[in-house]
Ligand binder design. Structure first.
Ligand code: FAD
Length: 486
């Protein structure tokens, strides 16, 4: 009998748990440890942040589902890793602390045969002074409760503007010099702009994009050359066209470093220190590792065998200049090299390097996006990790046949650009592969131009809405859920 412990119930952890439970018979134990009692379909937070969807429409409680499906569940957070056990516990374990109910504050050592670390990123608001969701008129849409706050902030502004001559400024983008998730901020700025139009206050508001990207449309992927209606177009030009069409201004190469009430301070690549005032902002924080510690059986600190910010996996972490980076640096099995029964799919693994070209300001400050790891690869890597564990359990020996690198995986980013079955719109960008392969695709910016394309129109909104329902169906493990791909 094997016991598989999964920490985190986001896209990655939940996907892994679902596949493990479906394919392993009940003599094997599958246990999920996660502090949030709800599953959330994160991409739809954008619509919560504009008041067009209620948080209840994209969340559901995990415990009843897990009970029905025979998945163990602990509403707790992992505090430390003990992959060799300790003086009294021979099995590897994670120390967890319960966060809810009668057990709140209680700690427990949860032993495992296989461990899947799917804890995603820490939303590191603390890395930018004054950036705290819901304060200083600056908000976030990274979780459903943040998105609810954001909608209240935006609605207050819209209410103040309606029937007045007041002017206002909206600022949306990244809130740290090395933040990622530009895609989510891009989606939000388009939705906010559309809502301002819908509420009849657009002409009173200056809408500005602020980002650590060197070029528009970099998205932490170094931008892309894409096929747009049969033409080869750079994402830079496509996004510029979209912003110009909607009257959205932009500030690029900006490392936001301090937020005061209605003022964002930033340094740009020119080394200038500037500020931008606003009445409503949504700024994506830096993502960091959770700061977990690891200990060996004697209690010695072995954190550096497990973590490099995020978790160490089968990537090539050798420091090398940008010109020498290759797709082969990226991991394929998400297995920790020191402890082979530990895996880290989704956002939890440490990337070998950024995908965007690293840039420094004239003062030496790093200002460029960290690599994005979107929902699709999070689901795919979770499934392949689950499949390798299943094969290993069934064959009785380590099996790592299932492989997938961000260098041979695509990302489909469908940014809704306004809500509504007939009025909605979407910007769809499909990129293949996520990490450019300059050897395979030397003429087209490291990407396969037949699989890298952009589209603008109502269809994008419909696809995004369909994905919302399809992925919630899948997450709720409704009939034939496994037929819906990751
Ligand atoms: C607003 C927004 C919109 C987005 N839109 C899209 C989109 O349209 N398309 C797309 O492909 N991607 C999108 N993304 C990205 C996508 O949401 C992420 O790639 C995905 O959620 C990552 O999944 P994950 O499971 O690795 O991490 P997460 O979803 O962050 O899950 C991590 C889990 O770990 C848990 N956890 C944290 N700490 C601990 C601990 N100490 N112990 C135990 N558990 C812990 C958390 O509670 C959570 O359940 C969007 C992201 C945002 C923020």
């Amino acid at each position: 009998m094997s016991k598989i412990v999964i920490i985190g119930a986001g896209i990655s952890g939940h996907t892994a748990a679902a596949h493990l439970r479906r394919k392993l018979n009940k003599e094997h134990e599958v246990v999920v440890v996660s502090p949030n009692r709800n599953y959330q379909w994160v991409p739809s937070n954008i619509w919560v942040g504009i008041g067009r969807m209620k948080a209840e429409e994209l969340i559901f409680p995990l415990e009843p589902l897990y009970k029905r499906k025979g998945i163990g569940y602990k509403q707790a957070k992992v505090v430390s890793f003990h992959p060799e056990g300790n003086a009294t516990e021979t099995k590897p374990y994670v120390a967890v602390e319960y966060v809810f109910g009668a057990d709140q504050g209680k700690t427990e050592n949860v032993t495992y045969d296989y461990l899947i670390n799917a804890t995603g990123p820490k939303l590191a608001f603390d890395m930018t002074e004054g950036l705290n969701p819901g304060t200083n008129k600056a908000f976030s849409v990274c979780t459903y409760d943040h998105a609810q706050h954001a909608w209240h902030g935006l609605k207050d502004l819209i209410d103040q503007l309606k029937g007045s001559n007041k002017k206002a400024k909206v600022l949306i983008g990244t809130g740290h010099a090395k933040a990622t998730c530009q895609g989510a901020a891009f989606e939000y700025i388009l939705n906010v702009e559309k809502e301002l139009v819908r509420h009849g206050v657009r002409n009173q508001v200056e809408v500005t994009w602020i980002s650590n990207e060197n070029d528009l449309g970099d998205f932490g992927m170094d931008g892309m050359l894409l096929d747009y209606n049969g033409l080869n177009m750079r994402s830079k030009d496509m996004i510029e066209m979209i912003f110009e069409d909607r009257g959205i201004k932009w500030i690029l190469g900006a490392g936001v470093n301090k937020i005061e009430d209605g003022v964002a301070h930033y340094e740009n690549l020119e080394g200038e220190f500037k500020s931008e005032t606003y009445d409503f902002a949504m700024l994506i924080p830096a993502f960091s590792g959770h700061g977990f510690k690891g200990y060996d059986k004697n209690g010695a600190d072995i954190t550096d065998k497990l973590f490099k910010g995020f978790m160490i996996v089968d990537a090539d972490y050798t420091p090398k200049p940008y010109e020498e980076w290759t797709v082969q640096d990226w991991p394929e099995t998400y297995q920790n090299p020191s402890y082979k029964n530990i895996f880290a799919p989704g956002i939890a693994f440490a990337p070998p390097h950024s995908i965007s070209k690293p840039r420094k300001s004239k003062n030496g400050t790093d200002i460029f996006p960290a690599p994005p790891r979107t929902g699709m690869p999070s689901g795919i890597t979770a499934r392949l990790v689950a499949d390798n564990i299943i094969d290993s359990i069934k064959s009785g020996k380590e099996s790592l046949h299932h492989k997938g690198s961000m260098g041979n995986m695509g990302a489909a980013c469908i940014a809704s650009a306004g809500f509504g079955m007939t009025q909605g719109s979407g910007v769809s960008i499909t990129t293949y592969p996520i990490v450019p392969d300059y050897i395979k695709y030397p003429q087209t910016g490291g990407r396969d131009i037949n699989k890298t394309f952009g589209d603008i129109g109502l269809a994008g909104h419909w696809v995004k809405l369909s994905l919302h329902y399809a992925f919630l169906w899948k997450a709720k493990m409704r009939p034939f859920w496994w037929l819906i791909p990751e």
